[in-house]
Design a protein around this ligand. Structure first.
Ligand code: GTP
Ligand code: MG
Length: 389
């Protein structure tokens, strides 16, 4: 073993790091007789970068074959107590150096891909991309930050994030909450959207908010009559919140249900889930809405959906007059940049967000500042809090 180690040092230099040693018995019969062979895996101490043209390999990981030592029968190898500790320390330094190399290389690669992003803001730009803001908007945001902050301020990550949040909040189109002016007829507010996004739960939250917290007269009508259990769910909520519930299976029934709630301040209309590819279902909904023209139609979208689907859904529901958007499930979303991105070019504005399953608690008015802080902060959506007024 000593001879083999010396050979390794000669071949790889005095800084060579011994990664593994093993003594095996070669030749002989049934492990009897034969000759002990020491096998050493070592790493050179110095690791030049691989040539640009050559395929990259893990630098310095050289296998030093086997060294044969005429020691007769194999003897147990006892390392000096310092040997493993020294090797581990060197290895740790190597790993740190490699990690730094990878970090720098990744940074350079990002710089190369984003030549238009100011150098000081590449990290922030990357955070925005990770938050699903999208390349175009992310570039625009960092350029605006560079225009507004001084060079000194640009070196302060917290100051940059504050500014990014301010710019995003200005850019995010918000509609504000549903307002009740106290006109002669009840305000009709319909919620539409794909299946399972949280329409019924959000109707229950809104009904509770307006009836219990704002002390308004609330009615609820559901058009979701086909799916088993759908009416029962809403009926349970309506009973607990103590608001009347109408059930309408046709446009004429909807007219009648609304007429029976003339004394209400607001009537919330729940609709069956409807994907944008289901033209027949969308047309059917349009017939209901022709019979009773809603004053506001809010498209309910899950913030866990990808931005392409969100954009397509916004487009698909335009024909129903959905110009306000409620984003649900913020507590389950990873990057909230999709909210900004999907609303950026849509002719729709954010009205509410929901942040959990609890009725009526997990409902907030969509406030630009809070969404912006989420996007920039890149926090986990659990623990959502409305911003201080
Ligand atoms: N985590 C989380 N879950 C939510 C939120 N809002 C609703 N949900 C859950 O989403 C599921 C579907 O909610 P529903 O209200 O039935 O959705 P819907 O859009 O009415 O569904 P369909 O009527 O089948 O189209 C339920 O389990 C809700 O509790 C939210 O903000 N966060
Ligand atoms: Mg429903």
């Amino acid at each position: 073993m000593a001879e083999a180690l010396a050979k390794v040092k000669r071949r790889l230099g005095p800084d060579a790091v011994i990664l593994k040693t093993r003594v095996t018995n070669r030749g002989g019969l049934l492990r009897v007789g034969g000759k002990a062979v020491a096998e050493i895996i070592a790493q050179a101490g110095h690791h030049p970068l691989p040539d640009q043209g050559r395929p990259a390999t893990i630098p310095g990981r050289d296998r030093v074959g086997t060294s044969e030592c005429a020691e007769g029968a194999a003897k147990p190898v006892i390392n000096s107590p310092n040997e493993p500790a020294t090797s581990m320390a060197t290895l740790a330094r190597e790993v740190t150096a490699l990690r730094e190399l990878v970090r720098q290389t990744a940074h350079e690669a990002r710089r190369a891909r984003t030549p238009l992003v100011p150098a000081a803001l590449v990290g922030h730009y990357t955070e925005l991309i990770q938050a699903a803001v999208g390349d175009e908007i992310a570039q625009d945001l960092v350029h605006r930050v560079r225009q507004t902050l001084s060079s000194k301020q640009l070196t302060d990550p917290e100051r940059v994030r504050q500014e990014l949040a301010r710019i995003i909040a200005d850019r995010l189109p918000v509609a504000g909450p549903i307002t009740l002016m106290g006109g002669p007829a009840p305000k009709i507010v319909a919620l539409v959207g794909p299946t399972g996004v949280g329409k019924t739960t959000t109707i229950a939250k809104l009904a509770a908010e307006f009836s219990i917290r704002q002390n308004r007269k609330v009615g609820v009508v559901t058009l979701d009559t086909v799916r088993i259990g759908a009416v029962d769910t809403l009926r349970t909520y309506a009973r607990v919140i103590q608001v009347p519930l109408g059930v309408a299976g046709s446009p004429i029934e909807l007219e009648r249900a609304v007429a029976s709630m003339k004394d209400r301040d607001v009537i919330f209309v729940d609709t069956p889930g409807c994907g944008i590819l289901d033209r027949a279902a969308l047309d059917e909904l349009a017939r209901f809405f022709n019979a009773v023209k809603p004053d506001e139609t809010h498209l309910v979208l899950s913030s866990t959906a990808n931005v392409e689907l969100l954009e397509a859904t916004l487009e698909g529901f335009k024909a129903l007059g959905a110009d306000r958007v409620i984003f649900t499930k913020l507590d389950e979303a990873i990057g909230l940049g999709a909210i900004l991105r999907s609303l950026d070019r849509a002719e729709a504005r954010l009205s509410y967000v929901t942040t959990g399953q609890r009725v009526p608690n997990d409902l907030e008015v969509g406030v630009g500042r809070s969404i912006a802080r989420w996007i920039v902060g890149g926090m986990s959506a659990r623990g959502w809090h409305a911003p201080a007024a």
